[in-house]
Design a protein around this ligand. Sequence first.
Ligand code: SF4
Length: 407
Amino acid sequence: MNRIELLAPAGNLEKLKTAIDFGADAVYLGGNKLNLRAAADNFTIEQLKEGLEYAHSRGRKVHVTLNVIPHDEDLVGVEEYLRELYEVGVDAVLIADPGIMSIVKEVVPELEIHLSTQANNLNYKSALFWHKVGVSRVVAAREMSLEDLKKLRKELPETCEIEAFVHGSMCACYSGKCLLSTYITGRDANRGTCTQPCRFKYHLFEEGETGDYQKITEGDNTVNLMSSKDLCMIEHIPELIEAGINSLKIEGRIKSSYYVASVVKAYREAIDKYMEDPKNYKFNPKWMEEIQKPSHRPYTTGFYFDEKIRQSYESSAYIQNYDMVGIVKDYNKETYVATIQQRNKVNNGDFVEVLAIKGDNKFTKVEDMRKENGEVIESANIPQMIFTVQCHDELKVGDILVKRKDI
Ligand code: SF4
């Protein structure tokens, strides 16, 4: 059986390194042009070079998104940008628009092209068309079912890979093909600046036959008909692999490093467990427990099994039970001193959980907290500050410390 790719979002350099450390085979990211996550930090060419070096030296890949639906003015400078991407060694670009595709073919014909989900590929004929004109991988529209994906695999030649979203936020419309944000705020989802008005709270009134108005409510006196639950397919890894999908994709370029670490780790372990011994594979509930911890909405399997599924969520709020409080930058095995970079406030004496790059999570007490200069402190309360703690359990660079919000 071929090794299946686990593809993770990299909203910035730290998240790229986290995704790779925690087990992603490849990451996707946006540069400074034509990408659909204008709100992510996005990469300069220098950061991209560093990210590529980090990924390639560990045998992993980097895909760059150019997946907006562009107007003419968006195309200014694309040729030069593509040459830069090619020269620094990106592994593939994701496009959604035939215009951008034609520029890629003209300027950097050797560069691998993947068709973004924004192109809304829903059928094998469409995928075959894109493959014939030079796409080596099709990202399936999120609205395809598992049966649709199996059929797609059957109809496509082996030279055309299939990538499918398995985890993360979903749109109530066809991914990105949505004008709600443009209508309400003037910011275009199709050009990377969606303000997510599908998550706003609305008041809805139905006009009755006699001209009276009946308020329609859900839960908290508002309606959230358009706010989708989050996709989660962690319980269905065997079906996804057996359907012939080549790359399992996690959404979330504007989510935290903690989200990236815990989701990548859970899917990595599930995939590896299955690949090790498909016949005796058993789902481990700890994977689901882990991905419940960072910020998320209630989970759904989306369109995979039942396209009539009630995708909308009666609220728009995230569920967030844990905060990432720091990331390990160094560990001295002789003195047991760990150097941590702060992410959220943590106090001396707090109990924290260590999301380890490899192996089970550990629990530890934050003890002997000090500034870098050795000064004793009771709290790390400055964003990104470096501090040290004593920890007799060995920590690894890149391990993430998290704390339950209610303690
Ligand atoms: S408004 Fe909501 S449904 Fe529309 S593109 Fe933005 S996130 Fe997706």
